[in-house]
Design a protein around this ligand. Sequence first.
Ligand code: GAR
Length: 196
Amino acid sequence: MKRVAILISGGGSNMLALVNSMTGDHPARPVLVASNDPEASGLRRAEAMGIATAAVDHRRFGKDRAGFEAELLRHILAARPDILCLAGFMRVLTAGFVAQFEGRMLNIHPSLLPKYPGLHTHQRALDAGDTQAGCTVHEVTAVLDDGPLLGQAQVPVLPGDTADSLAARVLVQEHRLYPAVLRRYAAGDRTPILLP
Ligand code: GAR
C-alpha cells in the first residue's frame, strides 16, 4: 500500500477528491494533509476525516524560504509518504525540495499545460480566445508547472464565460482527473490519461 501526503493552501476540494478515492482496492492511502496556511479550511476537512494534518505558516519565515521548506519537509518525512500530491498548494517549491521527491511528486494545474503555467490561467485562456480549457496533472520538476504529463481533461469555453464560471467547470474535471491519475500512478503506471 502506497502512502500519500497531500499539500494544500485553501479549501482542498482536490484533496477531498483524492482522499475519497483512496478506499477499497485503491493501491494508496492518505497519511498526511499539510498546508502553508494554518487557516486553510481544507485542514479542518481533513481532520474531520481522521487524517493527520500539519500547518507550517510560510509568513513566519519571511524571506527564509529554506527555513519554511525545512520545517515543512520535517512534517512530511515524519509521515513517510511514498507519493506527494500538490493539490492547490500555492507556494513555489525550490529545486532542493523537489529533489527530495523526484519521480514521486504530482501536481494539478488548472490549464492545458504547456499553456498558461503560473497564475490567472482561466482569465488568460479567455483573453486568448481559446475554445478549450482544462486541467493537467504532471510530475513535479524544478521548473514551475512543468514536468512529465500524467493526465489532462478538457472542457469547452462557453459564450459569456467569466474566469469564475470557467474555473468552476474546470474544477469539476480536476476532481475526476486527479484521482484517476493517482490510482494509476500508485500502481506504477505512468501512461497519461486524457479525459474528453
Ligand atoms: C485548483 O483549481 C487547482 O488546480 C489550483 O488551485 C485550485 C485549488 O482548489 N492550483 C493551482 O493553481 C496551482 N498552481 P482546491 O483547494 O479546492 O483543490
